[in-house]
Design a protein around this ligand. Structure first.
Ligand code: C5P
Length: 238
């Protein structure tokens, strides 16, 4: 598939046009940022691990009946996807308290949420992605009530599927971020599902194998992503 012009470049991925207007190519770059872009670095191989882990998890979701934008990998760090209109929401299922929810409220770090909590943020860099509720999302015109119901239902199901899969690999999933897009009128899981957008803890030690390693200077980010990849997508090492 021929890569056309760059349509959008985010903090860690670039979206390219293709000759088919219904398909985009998403390239996972080696850039890593934290703190709203305040902390930046580039690590060779990081894009590769994120792309491969995302591909594996999108395939897992598809195998479980969830519609995603993923079609196939077209190189080691580029995926062909269905072109979608992105919904400006960051949907964050949370199973254990970590990160911003611990700072904002009085949850002890590691507290189990059962049932899981779903937090939604307005995807808006200039406003630092403020948290919103259903009424605000609908009033902003981002989604309809019916779409929100669907997004919540799919997010909970994705959470179940990912938790079960990761549990079998010895990993806990404290939280992760989902983004949704629309292909015609159909809502699909889009963006990425990678250690950049999830918290992944080793079950026994709660050691992070995710971007917290970079955010909080907890060690070698690439080594953590490689360890996550070895557990989630061991076939890429053969
Ligand atoms: O920062 P916070 O604790 O709210 O993040 C919750 C989860 O969502 C984490 O797994 C984080 O990596 C992910 N996230 C993300 N992109 C953002 C905000 C959070 O991938 N803009």
């Amino acid at each position: 598939m021929i890569r056309g012009e760059a349509l959008y470049s985010g903090k860690a991925k670039t979206v390219y046009a293709t000759p088919d207007p219904r398909r985009y190519i998403v390239k996972f770059r080696d850039d890593v940022t934290a703190g709203d872009g305040a902390k930046k670095a580039s690590m060779k191989g990081k894009g590769y691990y994120n792309a491969q882990i995302s591909a594996k998890l999108f395939k897992l979701l598809a195998d479980n009946g969830i519609s995603t934008h993923y079609i196939k990998m077209v190189s080691e760090d580029e995926m062909l996807v269905h072109a979608c209109n992105m919904i400006k929401l960051e949907v964050i299922p949370r199973n254990y308290a970590a990160g911003s929810i611990v700072k904002k409220y009085e949850f002890p770090e590691g507290k189990r949420f059962d049932p899981p909590i779903i937090v939604m943020d307005y995807k808006n860099d200039a406003a630092h992605d403020p948290m919103l509720n259903d009424d605000i999302a609908i009033a902003l015109g981002i989604v309809t009530e019916k779409e929100l119901r669907k997004i919540r239902k799919v997010s909970l199901r994705v959470n179940e599927i990912l938790q079960k899969f990761l549990d079998e690999k010895g990993l806990l999933l404290p939280d992760f971020k989902l983004e949704f897009g629309k292909v015609d009128k159909k809502i699909v899981v889009a963006d990425e599902i990678s250690p950049d957008t999830m918290r992944l803890w080793k079950k026994d030690t709660h050691q992070s194998l995710d971007k917290d390693v970079f955010r909080f200077d907890k060690g070698d980010l690439l080594a953590a992503y490689e360890e996550a990849a070895r557990l989630i997508a061991p076939e890429i090492f053969k």
